[in-house]
Design a protein around this ligand. Structure first.
Ligand SMILES: Nc1nc2c(c(=O)[nH]1)N[C@H]1C(S)=C(S)[C@@H](COP(=O)(O)OP(=O)(O)OC[C@H]3O[C@@H](n4cnc5c(N)ncnc54)[C@H](O)[C@@H]3O)O[C@H]1N2
Ligand code: MOO
Length: 448
């Protein structure tokens, strides 16, 4: 880097210190920029949402068990609720014969009393009736048929008499056998899920099981995505001379959704500072994060830099993704990530910076995706002083091996959208590395 003191061009021959414009712009490392951006992100304020809308979100309260799970002693098998003492001597050759005093279906409210020498036919999940202390599965009985062991019960509609009569029991059951006891899963007052838990399907099931229709979480951020560029048309429109389809607003909206956000695609805005400023302002009301693409380089029509007050533009030691903007905009200081327009640059920038921002807004660990080591199967060249993210396909380790392989897809060009779409990973080449011979182990960021 040429220092202004020696450049002559910016020559401070007067001995005065260089102005900001004269000073060569600082180049930020990937990590410095990410840390700076994340340092300015506050997680979303918690809100109460229906439990299904909480999927993937971070719990913002401790959830306690209101009523024990299970809430009552119940049967784990279709069979007969018995007194264990009655069937202690039961045997295939000398079955114990019990009187069936009724049926207990799951959900039953009134329960028959099971006295000595009697039993009640019971279904899985049905409450254990008073007097009984064990359940004999129907397969250990004659099901009331008097014709030896059965595989199951006959439907009540086909055989209403099955809820009465006599049943032969061929095997003993210990006290508590096939009984799921009240509170055996969770006791009333116990912590069901702790604040900070990420809610996946089983956790949502538990919230329902403990009777919660809604829950307090950090919500998914609403992300407004817009692309800039007078050359852009929307897919389906006639491109015309010099114009191309806007792919970034689609890829970035999809990426924001995949990262957990509720994303809204505005589409493209022409390279006109006033239009862009007005469009961003219009959408701030519905945004927890704004993501723009394009217009951040050094061209005469790179209007994002001109239009967005409060956004700082930087050069980063990375490729692709060198120009980046970030700031807090509008009266509510909504975070805005201004990404470069080249499609690969925009997508890689999203992976490296925006995805962590979305995760931080949700109160999730902002860490990037899983990184694995893999052996690259081609020679790679990388720019000195830049962290390079190369599109690639990853093959997981073969059985018995620890490392997989990775094959570069396409080349360095930041316009190669097809290659990007055929990649499932990014090879990360460190700043200090310029050559990576085939056979070297490299870091690979796995794209979802
Ligand atoms: N003289 C210099 N020129 C460039 C530099 C530089 O340092 N000095 N940096 C290059 C790098 S690196 C990048 S990355 C790009 C970033 O440019 P902008 O963010 O200003 O993006 P645009 O100029 O608007 O577009 C770049 C490229 O991408 C296409 N594009 C833009 N938006 C979309 C979209 N929504 N869908 C599909 N394709 C899009 C656009 O047509 C251009 O081809 O600057 C380099 N130049
Ligand atoms: O950084 Mo640009 O993103 O190299 O193509």
């Amino acid at each position: 880097m040429t220092s202004p003191a020696r450049s002559g061009h910016h020559g401070p021959s007067t001995g005065r210190p260089p102005t900001d414009q004269e000073r060569p712009a600082r180049v930020w490392s990937v990590d410095e920029h990410l840390e700076d951006v994340l340092g300015r992100i506050r997680p979303m304020d918690p809100i109460e949402v229906p439990i299904l809308d909480a999927q993937g979100c971070v719990l913002a309260e401790d959830v306690t068990v209101a009523v024990a799970l299970p809430p009552f002693d119940n049967s784990s098998m279709d069979g007969y609720a018995v007194r264990a003492a009655d069937v202690a001597e039961a045997d295939a050759d000398r079955p114990v014969i019990l009187e069936v005093v009724g049926d207990i279906a799951a959900g039953a409210g009134t329960l028959p009393h099971v006295g000595a020498g009697s039993c009640a036919r019971i279904m899985t999940g049905a409450p254990l009736p008073p007097g009984a202390d064990a359940v004999v599965p129907v397969e250990w009985t004659d099901g009331g048929t008097g014709e030896g062991p059965v595989d199951g019960m006959r439907a009540h509609s086909d055989d209403p008499a099955g809820s009465g009569g006599l049943v032969q029991v061929y095997r003993p059951a210990k006290p508590g056998a096939h009984v799921r006891t009240r509170g055996g899963d969770a006791r009333a007052g116990e912590l069901a899920l702790a604040l900070g838990t990420v809610l996946g399907p089983p956790q949502i099931g538990l919230l329902a099981a403990v009777g919660r229709p809604t829950v307090k979480v950090r919500p998914r951020p609403r992300v407004v995505v817009l692309s800039t560029g007078s050359e852009l048309v929307q897919p389906g429109e006639e491109p015309g001379d010099g114009r191309i389809n806007d792919s970034n607003s689609f890829a970035l909206t999809a990426a924001a959704r995949a990262a957990g956000a509720v994303a809204y695609r505005v589409g493209s805005v022409a390279d006109d500072a006033e239009t862009l400023r007005a469009t961003v302002e219009d959408h701030l009301v519905r945004a927890d994060l704004v993501v723009t693409s394009g217009g951040v380089s050094v061209g005469a029509y790179d209007v994002v830099k001109e239009a967005l007050e409060g956004v700082e533009f930087r050069r980063l030691a990375m490729q692709p993704g060198k120009p980046q903007g970030f700031g807090l905009v509008g009266p509510d200081r909504v975070p805005l990530c201004a990404l470069p327009g080249n499609p690969v640059s925009a997508y890689v920038s999203f992976e490296v910076f925006v995805r962590p921002v979305i995760r931080a807004l949700m109160g999730l660990e902002p860490a990037r995706r899983e990184t694995v080591r893999a052996v690259v199967d081609a020679d790679l060249a990388s720019l000195p002083g830049k962290r390079q993210f190369l599109r690639a396909r990853h093959t997981p380790p073969a059985p018995g091996e620890c490392t997989g392989t990775v094959t570069p897809v396409g080349g360095h060009g930041s316009h190669l959208v097809k290659a990007l779409a055929h990649a499932d990973a990014l090879i990360v080449v460190p700043e200090e590395t310029t050559e990576v011979p085939a056979g070297t182990e490299v870091d690979v960021l796995l794209l979802g």
